[in-house]
Write a protein that binds this ligand. Sequence first.
Ligand code: NAI
Ligand code: MG
Length: 359
Amino acid sequence: MAETKKIAVIAGDGIGPEVVAEAIKVIRKTEEVFGYKFEFEHGLFGGIAIDERGTPLPDDTLQLCKNADAVLLGAVGGPKWDNNPKELRPETGLLGIRKALGLFSNLRPAFVFDCLIEASTIKEEVLRGTDLIVVRELTGGIYFGEKFRREGPNGQEAVDTCVYSVPEVERIARQAFEIAMKRGKRLASVDKANVLESSRLWRETVIRIAADYPEVELEHVLVDNCAMQLLRRPTSFDVIVTENMFGDILSDEAAMLTGSIGMLSSASMGEGSFGLYEPVHGSAPDIAGQGIANPIATILSVALMFRLTFGYEDAASAIEAAVKSVLDAGHRTGDIAVDKSKAIGTVAMGDLIAAAIAK
Ligand code: NAI
Ligand code: MG
């Protein structure tokens, strides 16, 4: 009997609860097929928590997440809360939970389903076989450095500072090497070491950590070149590790190689195997409540959870294979359908994927 794993579920707002329900359906099916055991605890988070509890991240929700082995998050936000003061905005809860849980990296896989290549803006022969993951540092860099305005000789000036410490680079580098060891054993470290001092420290540190991972083939890529190579030779990348702002930009670029936002999964990790898993997309208020949202991003986030937190590689691969087989059979939600009149809804897509899960 497998040990029962605790999953904190914070479905959030808009389509969050709709797509999370399908992810839970898929998790239940893996219990049946693989004999794993999961326990779900649901917490209020985001706009709904603001309405019901007066804060986007209630203490009991945070506690629930801390006590869990992993967190499954839907999405938060919506026009209703957009004009609220900062402490009463759903996004504030998102930043707060990542910080409180010590999550310092954001992982975004980008892989291409052959049957969806026609929907991409990139040429088929360039794209086919793309399967990479971007590991983005989340807690340092220019987003968190000192920022201020001052009077200069030509009027007002604005200053943002980019700071990285050795331990910050070490922990993200180690994590990226560990991920590379479990994948294709190739790591591209992206920096701007020809110009930035913080990038020089980044590169020195990555080189030092690389000594512990002799099996991983390491390349250093300047960020501007990486932006180019992602479009020119995406199949040559396996794991990409980079600092906060470069990762923000490159992970969006990499994601768009592979199609709809409704397909893209993510994980946020800290030390150890604990992680928070969520689709890349938001709460999609324009389609919420209509039962047409694509649940695949959230379902693929579960595959990441199984792989990275639980080490259930068999079930993770089975989920990905199930998604592929359902897509190969021609089933599409509206966002990925060429012929929108044949599109199926959220629940139907979840049912098909759950049914396709097999050993
Ligand atoms: P969004 O990702 O919610 O929607 C962008 C577009 O993609 C919309 O047309 C939407 O209908 C479509 N879309 C998104 N997910 C889809 C899915 N699973 N299936 C089919 N279509 C899908 O981004 P938007 O509109 O900029 O933001 C809406 C709200 O979500 C805002 O309040 C924003 O702050 C919040 N947000 C929350 C995030 C999170 O919880 N991590 C991330 C991004 C935005
Ligand atoms: Mg971004």
